[in-house]
Design a protein around this ligand. Structure first.
Ligand code: AMP
Length: 490
């Protein structure tokens, strides 16, 4: 039997087929073809899929299908218990996942919302207290809600751990264990785990979480998308900025996603690039939620040439059509390379990723190549002339072409070593700084973490470890209570 070539063949409800058609999808992606029937059949699933493969619809559609019969218009919160819980490592991913639920579920009558840290919890309370069938959450904020008794998780039928590898990297395991203790027993719920990479830790987590899981995979393990051209420039750290500027301006690129390791580094580089005349924005954990969403919107609208991002903030961003990912600093965690590079070449489109490797980063590069089981081609950078700057008038005469010419934006000449300018301000090799943190992320343990029994979850919300609760920022409009589906108007 051939694999289903349409969503209708997958047996999804008419209201979902309608929403999917409106979203412009005609054919299920490979992960959807594999995941949807298994999830509809009630199986636990361990899915190996990178972001960009359509994995969100792969779990959202069958979840909506299964929950649709429970949809009701009762005003009573008791009639809208949380039935599906989706845990995501970052707020950006959580927002995106919930948006997909809303898009696909708009004709089902189910309610959904998203909760995450970094915004005032008080503004989320009435929303969750009103009752939602589908809840997307970052783990720390979910526990805050449980502590405040605004949420009850005893009726969860389906649990999804999205980007589980990232959850591990970010230290969410103790929180996840606490959440598990609040759910019905593993055997009485359906469990889905998605991860781009499979370390031994992920397998251990899967063993604890999943019941005879079906393994599905759409890309080779620990590999980067086949469609992404990868290369590395080996050069001193103080020449990286000039190289970046050269690549962006000489090719007139827009929407270049540039990764650094720390949020301080991200702010600094964004400021410097802006001074150099590049339209730049930054997205990292020190920015307010609203500033991050604004940066993302600007980037998506192609109003900037470069967005500087940290791994945590850049994670899971659903940005289509990024022509180039720059690994301005080689990540400490080799898996982050895969996630970074996954921002380009999405859904089968051609993409390009270049890495800037300083001498003291060679070891990190070697670890990445070991993970990929291949070497990344080195592009000669000998044309970089230390101490040379572009003449000032040449720099100022540059008038970057706005990004409407997508063909030009995507032109990919082979990277060549050419003389480029160097900014004398950047003479030192940046000192390593603490790894970027995210307000959704648990604090780095000073002492070994002692898991708390579920009964101890009544601790006050200002308990150490939830410092972001003190922050108060307005809830963006998209966090306002929403129904996945407004009843269809006649
Ligand atoms: P994800 O991997 O879930 O982050 O999805 C990546 C992108 O693929 C999103 O922008 C989706 O809108 C899009 N997408 C998901 N499923 C399909 C499909 N069957 N056909 C076309 N695009 C899709």
């Amino acid at each position: 039997m051939g694999s289903p070539s349409s969503f209708a063949e997958l047996g999804l409800r008419a209201e979902l087929l309608r929403a999917v058609a409106e979203a412009g999808y005609t054919t299920p992606t490979p992960i959807q073809t594999q995941a949807i029937p298994l999830i509809l059949a009630g199986k636990d699933v361990m899915g190996g899929a990178q972001t960009g493969t359509g994995k969100t619809a792969g779990f959202a559609l069958p979840i909506l299908h299964k929950l649709a019969p429970t949809a009701n218009t009762s005003p009573s919160p008791a009639r809208h218990p949380v039935r599906a819980l989706i845990l995501a490592p970052t707020r950006e991913l959580a927002i995106q996942v919930e948006e997909f639920f809303r898009t696909y579920g708009k004709y089902t009558g189910l309610r959904s919302t998203v909760v995450f840290g970094g915004v005032d919890i008080k503004q989320q309370l009435p929303i969750v207290r009103g009752g939602v069938e589908i809840l997307v959450a970052t783990p720390g904020r979910l526990l805050d809600h449980v502590e405040q008794k605004s949420l009850y998780l005893g009726q969860v039928e389906i649990l999804v751990l999205d980007e589980a590898d990232r959850m591990l990297d970010m230290g969410f395991i103790p929180d996840i264990k606490r959440i598990m203790a609040l759910l019905p027993a593993t055997a009485r719920r359906q469990n889905l785990l998605f991860s781009a990479t499979f370390s031994n830790e992920i397998k251990k987590l899967a063993d604890a979480l999943l019941n005879e899981p079906q393994l599905i995979e759409v890309a080779r393990r620990n590999t980067t998308a086949e469609t992404v051209t990868q290369s590395v420039y080996k050069l001193p750290a103080d020449q990286k900025r000039a190289l970046l500027e050269h690549i962006v301006t000489s090719r007139n690129l827009w929407q270049v996603l540039c990764f650094v390791r720390t949020k301080h580094g991200a702010s600094r580089l964004a400021r410097q690039l802006e001074k150099d005349g590049l339209k730049t924005t930054a997205i990292h954990g020190d920015k307010s939620q609203i500033a991050r969403l604004e940066a993302l919107d600007e980037f998506k609208a192609a109003k900037v040439q470069v967005m500087v991002a940290t791994d945590v903030a850049g994670r899971g961003l659903d940005i289509d059509d990024v022509p180039l990912v720059v690994n301005y600093e080689i990540p400490h965690v080799p898996e982050d390379y895969i996630h970074r590079v996954g921002r380009t070449g999405r859904a089968g489109a051609a993409g390009e990723a270049v890495s800037f490797c300083a001498p003291d980063e060679e070891r990190l590069l070697a670890e990445i190549e070991r993970l990929l089981k291949r070497s990344i081609p080195v592009v000669a950078a000998q044309g970089i002339v230390a101490g040379r700057r572009l003449p000032r008038d040449a720099r100022e005469a540059r008038s970057p072409r706005p990004p409407h010419d997508r063909a030009a934006t995507h032109a990919r000449p082979t990277p060549r070593a050419e003389p480029i300018d160097r900014n004398p301000e950047q003479r030192h090799i940046p000192r390593p700084e603490p790894v970027d943190r995210n307000p959704d992320q648990p604090p780095r343990a000073q002492a070994p973490h002692r898991p708390q029994p579920a009964a101890a979850l009544t601790a006050t919300a200002s308990a150490p470890g939830r410092p972001w609760l003190k922050k108060s920022a307005p809830v963006p409009a998209l966090l306002m209570k929403r129904r996945v589906a407004e009843p269809e108007s006649a």
